[in-house]
Design a protein around this ligand. Structure first.
Ligand SMILES: NC(=O)c1ccc[n+]([C@@H]2O[C@H](COP(=O)([O-])OP(=O)(O)OC[C@H]3O[C@@H](n4cnc5c(N)ncnc54)[C@H](OP(=O)(O)O)[C@@H]3O)[C@@H](O)[C@H]2O)c1
Length: 300
């Protein structure tokens, strides 16, 4: 590596009313059926991952008990060790109803937030997000609902997830409180958000993106469905940086100037700890463009 390092491992500010968070976060989607206890959240905090991300709908996949189950598990973990609550920036999402599938109406979202608070065992959710856009809710109505959730004290900060650039624009045209995040997919294997305007909107509007599936759900590690050329470039950089392929892939997401918070999905304490090696990875401009080219991005 000869150029300047682009990987930014410094803390991020999502919202003026929230504590700063580490550049890596802990995601609870795959908490289902793991028998998780406080040790997994402690491992995340030890690794500097103080943003803990879940959703009301998590618990349906992988043969889970169903809607709300992962929030209940997390609520029990927080109840077992009350000292954890003040160390964690607690993030959850709502607005997906299996079978409907999306509802961002005021009545539904207010009720969903109350149910999330009950399952998590907290009066106030630090960051609450609309999980997926509902095109049948007017953005002005959603903005009013979001402001009301903050005004009532049910949530400290609001965000969205999986919003396209135009959906982001339409909401911000009506929202007169800060939008803390747009949580979007980004990985070396799926770098689309860098090119379709999603991350550009975040930069323009001072919104910190949170990034899901930075390892493409593990496929960057297993190689399943990922271009062999991309795996080869990641491995070459990993050898140079003396880390594993996963660390280089995570570092790649941290190199974008939108300064994302990257949410890791592993539930294994040893892998949570190992993920911090990504923060020491150095990638320069030539490295990140090699990754993009190997991922199949056209760079004329
Ligand atoms: N907003 C949304 O629509 C949305 C969608 C999807 C996810 N999310 C959020 O993003 C979080 C992360 O998503 P994700 O789980 O797909 O992320 P990911 O980090 O890309 O994938 C995690 C998977 O990779 C596996 N893995 C294999 N090798 C690994 C290694 N060396 N290090 C770490 N993991 C390895 C993990 O298995 P082990 O557990 O066995 O280590 C796990 O199954 C979720 O928990 C959720 O909070 C949000």
């Amino acid at each position: 590596m000869s150029g300047a390092n682009l990987v930014d491992a410094t803390p991020r500010r999502l919202h003026p009313d929230l504590p700063d968070v580490g550049p890596l976060a802990f995601g609870c989607w795959r908490l289902t059926g793991t028998g998780a206890d406080h040790s997994v959240v402690e491992a995340a905090l030890d690794a500097g991952m103080n943003l803990v991300d879940t959703a009301d709908v998590y618990g349906l996949d992988w043969g889970g008990r169903g809607f709300g189950a992962n929030e209940e598990v997390l609520g029990r973990v927080l109840a077992d060790d009350p000292s954890l609550r003040e160390q964690v920036v607690l993030a959850t999402k709502g607005g997906i109803i299996p079978g409907v599938p999306y509802d961002s109406s005021a009545d539904y979202l207010r009720g969903a937030v109350d149910e999330s608070r009950r399952r998590l065992g907290v009066d106030t959710i630090d960051l609450w997000m609309v999980h997926r856009p509902d095109p049948f809710t007017h953005p002005a109505a959603l903005a009013e609902t979001m402001a009301g959730l903050v005004g009532s004290g049910a949530v400290r900060a609001v965000g969205v997830s999986n919003y396209s650039p135009s959906q982001h624009d339409a909401l911000l045209a009506h929202l007169d409180i800060p939008l803390a995040t747009n949580q979007v997919e980004l990985s070396a294997a799926r770098p689309d958000a860098m090119f379709d305007g999603t991350l550009d909107r975040c930069v323009r509007d001072g919104v910190t993106p949170t990034v899901w599936s930075p390892l493409a759900g593990g496929r960057v590690v297993t190689g399943e469905g990922v271009a062999p050329t991309l795996l080869a470039v990641l491995d070459e950089l990993a050898e140079r940086e003396r880390v594993d392929r996963a660390a280089v892939a995570v570092a790649f997401t941290l190199a974008h100037p939108s300064r994302p918070v990257t949410i890791l999905g592993t539930q294994r304490p040893e892998r949570i700890a190992a993920a911090t090696s990504a923060l020491g990875v150095r990638l320069d401009r030539a490295d990140v463009y090699r990754i993009l080219a190997a991922a199949g991005v056209a760079l004329p």
